[in-house]
Design a protein around this ligand. Structure first.
Ligand SMILES: Nc1ncnc2c1ncn2[C@@H]1O[C@H](COP(=O)(O)OP(=O)(O)OP(=O)(O)O)[C@@H](O)[C@H]1O
Ligand SMILES: [Mg+2]
Length: 394
């Protein structure tokens, strides 16, 4: 059926569209030597870190030389991968089944360390030192919203350069920070560069480097007002910081642009992770559209933590009717209770399936894989392997 003739689905929020998504062939993606970078995005708590680690492990055990960049993994997961130390360097993961010649290194992003490295590589040693010790820099590098996203991209750029130089990796899997919105990952670097490059900062910078006549009465008023609000010391720190950072401005922007280009390259594959819930899928839809606008290659959608399909073929309505009959005879019937539970689970599975169908109707071009929720959290290699198997089912 051609795209134009596809029936418009829109009858009530949960109306069935009958459209199911194309399956996503994860193993084909992992095995393709052309796949050099996989980026796992999605809104908070949907399973980005778990999926990144599971994909990386599966790829390594299928023969790829993989590095996975994780962001804030849960403690137990980090321990099981041997990356609880925050030293900003990839470390080999023990107990990977490397029979096919693959390998897995893992690391956890150290945001501040990565920022320091950028400063150190872009400024003279004295200037770098001056920046690193500045309180404003310390605050910015450890807490500015968006810094984590920017530094994740920076680290990706570094790993990619290293991989190209010494061939240590042929696949980089990237987790993204726990932001509310998946879009933050793409927006943050621009926000940070515009902040550092913005008018406010330029204004503060002017007295520090411009000719004396720039110190007009107007500007003096602004700076003195600011120093009242922010405190004179803070303002001085900020001015010195910005003046020192000035030499890096070109560097920051150029770097962000380079990494953006890397994200747009053919060898990059974005995976959008979502929970089978309206908000997460809506967020995923925005993200898919944004990737299209930014010409970034989308590999597919992972619907994670789906409710497992109940084994019995009994429909929800049948189970409810049978439970009602049993309860008439015995109000405390255990079987009736189990039948109600079955009905609830079946309805949940149906609801999730309808949500997926709605997504597929709106975005028929996006291949999808559904990963059921495991009975427990995923905190070791065994759990990651299991998630990998579920991802690999076509
Ligand atoms: N398929 C699954 N089955 C069972 N538990 C899962 C599954 N996927 C993820 N989890 C668990 O859900 C929790 C959240 O997962 P994870 O940390 O990967 O999410 P995240 O998207 O990285 O979160 P954040 O946005 O905070 O970084 C973890 O405890 C993880 O073990
Ligand atoms: Mg995470």
């Amino acid at each position: 059926m051609s795209a134009q003739r596809r029936p418009r689905p829109r009858v009530g929020p949960l109306a069935s569209t009958g459209v199911s998504a194309r399956p996503l062939d994860v193993d084909a993606l992992l095995d393709d030597p052309g796949t050099g970078i996989i980026v796992c995005c999605g809104s908070g708590g949907v399973g980005k870190t778990t999926t990144s680690a599971a994909l990386a492990l599966r790829a390594a055990e299928r023969g790829r030389k993989v590095v996975v960049l994780t962001i804030d993994p849960a403690k137990r997961l980090a321990q099981s991968m041997g990356i609880e130390e925050l030293d900003n360097t990839p470390r080999p993961v023990a107990k990977v089944r490397a029979t096919k010649g693959g390998s897995l290194d893992a690391m956890m992003l150290d945001m501040k360390r990565t920022f320091d490295e950028v400063v150190e590589s872009g400024a003279s040693p004295e200037k770098a030192q001056q920046i690193l010790e500045n309180p404003f820099y310390i605050a910015l590098s450890s807490s500015f919203s968006g810094t984590q996203e920017y530094m994740a991209m920076e680290k990706l750029g570094q790993l990619h350069r290293q991989a190209q130089e010494d061939g240590s990796y042929d696949l980089i899997v990237v987790d993204t920070p726990p932001s509310r919105s998946a879009l933050d990952f793409l927006d943050a670097p621009e926000r940070l560069s515009s902040f550092l490059d913005g008018r406010f900062i330029r204004l503060l910078l002017a007295p520090a480097r411009g000719p004396a006549r720039l110190m007009t009465a107007g500007l003096g008023v602004i700076t003195s007002a600011l120093s009242k609000v922010l405190g004179a010391q803070f303002l001085r720190d900020m001015q010195t910081f910005v003046a020192a950072l000035d030499t890096l401005f070109g560097g920051f922007r150029a770097r962000a642009e380079k990494t953006f280009a890397l994200l747009q390259a053919d060898g990059t594959a974005f995976l959008v992770i979502a929970a089978p819930e309206p908000d997460a899928l809506r967020e995923a839809a925005y993200f898919v559209e944004r990737l299209g606008e930014d010409r970034m290659p989308l590999a597919g959608l992972v619907v994670n933590r789906a409710s497992p399909v109940p084994e019995s073929a009994l429909s929800a309505d049948e189970a409810v009717a049978a439970a009602a009959r049993l309860r008439k005879r015995d109000p405390d019937s255990l079987t009736a209770g189990l039948l109600r539970l079955h009905a609830d689970r079946t309805r949940l599975v149906e609801r999730e399936s309808l949500l997926r169908q709605r997504f597929a109707a709106a975005h028929p071009e996006v291949p999808t894989v559904v990963v059921p929720a495991l009975a427990t959290d995923v905190h070791d290699l065994k759990g990651l392997r299991r998630i990998g198997e579920l991802l690999g089912r076509v």
